[in-house]
Every structure is written in C-alpha cells, then in structure tokens.
Design a binder for this molecule. Structure first.
Ligand code: MN
Ligand code: MN
Length: 465
C-alpha cells in the first residue's frame, strides 16, 4: 500500500472548520433566511418573559396543543402545554415509546436582561418626572442610557384586577429614556471605574416634563403623569407597588450587514434558542420518544424562584406526566436526556484577547455544543460526559447539522452558567447547545442567521430521535 501524503493524512486525521454558508446550498440558504423572518417576528412580539410565554402558548394552541392535566390519559401523538404563572411554559409531544424509556428535553429561557421598575417608581425632580429602576440580570449599565425604551408588564390594582401594559412598541407610541452626560461635562464621569460609568441609581427613566396646569403646588409634573396613567389604565400610584413593569429597548429586530447575514435585536439571549426549540417541537409528528420543551424564566438572575429552573416545577411536571402512565417521575428522568439550549459568546474579532480562538464559537460556524460551562475550575458546571457528547455528536452528524464547539472565553477570564446544571441535577444527561452571540446582554445583540438555522436543525434532529 502506497504511503499517504501529508495532504491525505491531514484530510483523514485533522479536524476541519468551514463557514456554514460554504456548506449550505442555495436552497438551504434561502430556507435559512426565510426561517429568520419568523424569528424576527417572534423577537418583536415577545420582548418579556410574560409576552414570550403568551406567544408560545398561542402558537402551541394553533398547532393543536391543549392544556395538560394530570387527571387525563395520553397516547402517542398527543400534544400538551403547561403554563407556570404566565412566565414559564412546558410543551410536550407524547412519543410512541413507553415514557419510562425517558424523554428528550430541550430547555431555553425567555427572560432577558432589562430595567425593572422599583415598587415606588414615580418621582419628580427639577420639574422632570422619572421612574426609578432596578436592573435585572448582568448588564453593562453604561449601555442603557440614550436608548429608546418601551414599557411592558402588568399592574395589579387594589381590587385585584390586572392591567396589561405595552407602550413604546407601536410606531405611534411614545418611548422612554435614561439620560447620560454630554461629553463636554463628562471629565469627572470618565474618571469613574468603568463599571460605575453609569451607576445603578442613575438608571432613571424619563417619563414626562409637563406640569398639571389647572392648579398650583409641588410635584405637578408627577401629578400630571399620574393623571395620564389613571385615565389610560385606571391605576393610582399605590397600584405600582403590586406591579411588574419592565423597560426594554423599543427598537425592532433588524437584518444587519449589506449581505443581511446577521440578526440584530434585543433579547436574543435566549429567545434565539427559545424560538428554534419551539419551532422544532411545534413541527413534531409522532415522535418515537416523548419530547418536552421547557421555556423558562429567571435564568438571568440565577434560576431561583417558582418560575426558574431551580424550582420544582419541571420535576413536578415530569412526575405528573409520568403518573398519567402509572410511572414514577424519577424513572423517567433517569433515562432522559436534555439539550440545554442557551447562547454562548461568539468570538469577536474586535476583542480577540478574551477568547481562546481554538475553543471559541465563531459566527457562521453553526450551532455551538458546549461540554461544560462555569468559571475558574469549572465551578457551577454540570460537565456532560464524553459518552453523551459522543451521542450528540453522532446525532448532529447523522442529520447533517452544521455545528461547532466553544467555551465562554479564556480560562480564568470570566465565565458563566446556564440552566444545564439544574436539569443535570435531576439525574438527566444534559449538555449545552446554542447559538453564538456577539454583544451578549447589550440592548442590541447580534447572531448569524446560519447559526440560528443550524440551532433549529439541531433541536429538530434531537426531538425526532
Ligand atoms: Mn442565556
Ligand atoms: Mn444571559
């Protein structure tokens, strides 16, 4: 046998990375771009966890999903959903295999970093009215002033009735804004440490400036705003104590670049994985194993609370679902596997120093498989087993999914976690799979359409397996 040349050996032995676009034919690129039109629409209508949950339930119902009840009996092909306190959703499509063989879980989060209103938010200072805010999730605070903001959420009135607020999204709506200093007067601001360039208590949202005209007294601008809120929503100041109002960037999702290859939008962490897993599960027809899609809240604050994945709601759902087949939840979980569908940092050519390029996800490199997350010595990770990584690798390759691997930056530079550990802690084989993002947690985050498409293809392959 002739000796192999170096070229032949390289071809056989060394790994190759190739831009996703060069691995897709024209019709697939077209399909990918079309898919991302639906994705952008979803981003625009689902800017908060409540709006995302409502939209997911609406889409699920349109695809034949009905509300889950532990009192019912289910058969292969049945589609159910369970809404947890209007902020988290679980969808399931019953498979042909017995449920004790385990389920295929995909889990994304639908909360994103934002500015929450405090409980006593309204005040007037020097004849300008403001909302006080408390930021939610890990934001670079200096990125949030001078960005047009919309206001979303609910207010519970004294009598218990609920008002839904969504203002700033319609083209004719007003928007809101946090101010910043002009550069001419920013000398001392520039001397602050950069994480205090804008302080938490400076994230005050301007909500008005015209005083009530028909009388005299103090705080007439605030009074005028409360009058407008009262006329529009039937609320008084004390009602804001029992409210969840969230300010998010008011702009819509857009194509980015002359070639329209990228999506720019608020909240792509993690609605990019939420949408792609949702579409994969909505498209399911008679799966072999039962598929369960989790769309959870509170990931950005550490997954605590009764709508986050550290709570028991997922475990209880699986137990209830198992009980309808006369099976124990823990017997289902033990045999289950999960793709924890969350974004990872995309290598940013402008800031290469924080990345170890060989182990970073690239834009247009496909969906990113992350064996472990965490920080320092893998603190806070679940670290998927080699066997499970091997299983996922075979699955993706067998289905022609374009994928890559990536860690979150260099060792000891920083780090981060996802919900993977909380699902793995339930005795489930779990691994992180998601879309690389540029400018993660900024008001305007960027993803590559080819990677969004690859994520959908990955989740589709997984739930159909
Ligand atoms: Mn995330
Ligand atoms: Mn995040």
């Amino acid at each position: 046998m002739a000796k192999e040349t170096a070229k032949e050996l390289k071809e056989r032995l060394l790994s190759k990375k190739k831009n996703a676009i060069l691995r897709m034919d024209d019709s697939e690129v077209k399909e990918c771009d079309k898919f991302c039109e639906g994705y952008k629409r979803f981003l625009d209508v689902a800017k908060t966890e409540r709006e995302a949950a409502a939209e997911i339930v609406r889409m699920a119902k349109a695809h034949g999903f009905v509300e889950f009840s532990a009192k019912n009996r289910y058969k292969a092909g049945d589609k159910v959903y369970s809404l947890n306190r209007e902020k988290s959703v679980i969808l399931a499509v019953i498979g042909k295999q017995p449920i004790e063989n385990g389920v295929n879980l995909v889990a994304a989060h639908i909360d994103s970093p934002r500015l929450d209103m405090k409980q006593n938010p309204v005040y007037e200072k020097d004849e300008v009215a403001y909302f006080k805010t408390h930021y939610y999730g890990g934001i670079k605070k200096y990125q949030w002033p001078t960005v047009p903001l919309s206001l979303h959420g609910v207010v519970i009135r004294a009598d218990g009735s609920k008002v839904t607020v969504n203002i700033g999204e319609d083209e004719n709506d007003p928007v809101f804004c946090v101010s910043d200093l002009l550069p001419h007067l920013a000398d001392s601001q520039y001397k602050r440490p950069s994480n205090q360039l804008i302080k938490g208590e400076e994230l005050n949202i301007m909500i008005g400036s015209r005083p009530f005209r028909d009388d005299e007294g103090s705080d007439l601008v605030k009074l005028n705003i409360m009058l407008i809120l009262n006329e529009k929503y039937g609320i008084v100041e004390d009602d804001l104590i029992s409210a969840e109002l969230e300010a998010v960037p008011a702009f819509k999702a857009k194509d980015v670049g002359f070639d329209r290859s990228l999506v720019g939008a608020y909240g792509q962490d993690d609605r990019v994985c939420a949408y792609t897993e949702l579409m994969a599960v909505l498209g399911l027809k008679d799966p072999d194993r039962t598929a369960v899609a989790i769309l959870t809240d509170k990931e950005e604050t550490g997954s605590d609370g009764n709508t986050g994945l550290r709570s028991a709601y997922l475990r209880y759902f699986i137990a209830d679902l198992a009980s309808t087949f006369g099976v124990k939840g823990r017997d289902v979980l033990r045999k289950s596997r999960c793709l924890s569908a969350d974004v990872n940092a995309a290598f940013d050519p402008t800031f290469p120093d924080v990345f170890e390029k060989r182990n970073s996800a690239l834009l247009n490199g496909g969906v990113c498989v992350t064996k472990y997350t965490g920080s320092r010595g893998k603190s806070g990770t679940s670290d998927a087993s080699a066997e499970f990584v091997g299983e996922v690798r075979r699955l993706l390759d067998a289905n022609g999914v374009i994928w890559q691997t990536g860690e979150l930056g260099k060792v000891d530079i920083g780090g981060g976690g996802t919900v993977a550990a909380y699902i793995a802690n339930l005795d489930v084989d779990t691994i992180d799979v998601g879309v690389p993002v540029i400018s993660m947690h900024a008001p305007f985050e960027i993803t590559a359409k080819a990677d969004v498409w690859a994520a959908f293809r990955a989740f589709e392959a997984f739930v159909n397996n």
